[in-house]
Design a protein. Structure first.
Length: 299
């Protein structure tokens, strides 16, 4: 069944402080954020009415804006409340939540001086990103476009501009018959998937790339905490491209992907096993816990 276009749905969206009908949530075509990617966003997931690690997402949202040299005109408390208000208004308990902030129309030049900062929050039903393949494992190709050096972009920000790299790699992968792509960084080290962090298993140990040039995802952080609670050794380090051939398990993590096994990266094959299954089950249990308990486990 074809999905409804995102501009033609019933429901409510929070825009600049108020809930408005979904179809009325518009911006002008000459908005600075559209032309120059002066925008930041978050991807959050609600389970049973609780947004997983909501305050951590909100803090990153606010910090992403600061890294792009603007300030979102709402406090963390106001944004948290608005996210929950959007869920309630749309009658959702299990959903994807998307806050976004961008520069407005007062200036259309490289300089964004004097532009108004706009903020919106939407929510909609969205099943697992790789539904049906989470334990069987997805097929990935090696991406063409690399993650940039932190000296060339604010790579600690969840900035719209930086997602074009993932978008191009993702489209290329889908056109080639794969579910996703693995990206290298500017030096040739293993970095991440197009919208998820990556873990590899070597000799029974869980290894993951150092977050240099890409986001240290909240799901990544949660999985590291869960792995250590399960007495797994976790190693954060530079991972050479050639090491893809010697890993025994590979998994990706993210708000959309949750915890998903990988069975193929280009010429390399993997068998999802005990470590992947343990972490998947532990994460599925974690997201159903009350927020205070999640915070304690992930601290």
């Amino acid at each position: 069944m074809a999905l409804l276009p995102f501009d033609d749905r019933d429901g409510w969206i929070w825009l600049d402080g108020s809930l408005i009908p979904w179809r009325e949530a518009r911006l002008h075509v000459l908005s600075h954020g559209l032309h120059y990617a002066s925008a930041v966003f978050e991807g959050e997931r609600a389970y049973r009415g609780n947004i997983f690690r909501l305050r951590d997402h909100t803090n990153r949202f606010l910090n992403s804006a600061r890294l792009l040299m603007f300030q979102i005109p709402y406090s963390a408390e106001q944004i948290d409340a608005a996210c929950l208000q959007v869920l309630e208004a749309n009658g959702l308990t299990d959903a994807y939540v998307r806050p976004v902030a961008w520069r407005g129309t007062e200036q259309l030049a490289v300089s964004p001086s004097g532009t108004t900062i706009h903020t919106a929050i939407a929510a909609w039903s969205w099943p697992s990103y790789f539904e049906g393949e989470r334990m069987d494992g997805i097929r990935m190709m090696e991406g063409t476009w690399r993650r940039p050096s932190p000296e060339t972009a604010p790579t600690d920000a969840k900035a719209s501009a930086l997602y074009m790299i993932g978008s191009m790699n993702k489209l290329q992968a889908e056109q080639a018959g794969y579910a996703d792509a693995l990206l290298l960084d500017w030096r040739g080290y293993v970095a991440e998937a197009t919208g998820a962090n990556v873990f590899l298993v070597f000799d029974g140990e869980l290894h993951t790339p150092l977050c240099e040039g890409f986001l240290n995802g909240l799901t990544r952080q949660s999985v590291i905490s869960l792995a250590r609670r399960a007495q797994m050794k976790v190693v954060e380090r530079h991972i050479e491209h050639g090491e893809l051939a010697t890993a025994t398990e590979v998994l990706v993590t993210g708000t959309a992907a949750e915890v998903t096994a990988v069975r193929e990266i280009g010429p390399h094959r993997y068998t999802p096993g005990r470590i992947t299954e343990t972490l998947m089950k532990a994460f599925d249990d974690l997201v159903m816990r009350p927020p205070a308990e999640v915070d304690r486990i992930c601290a």
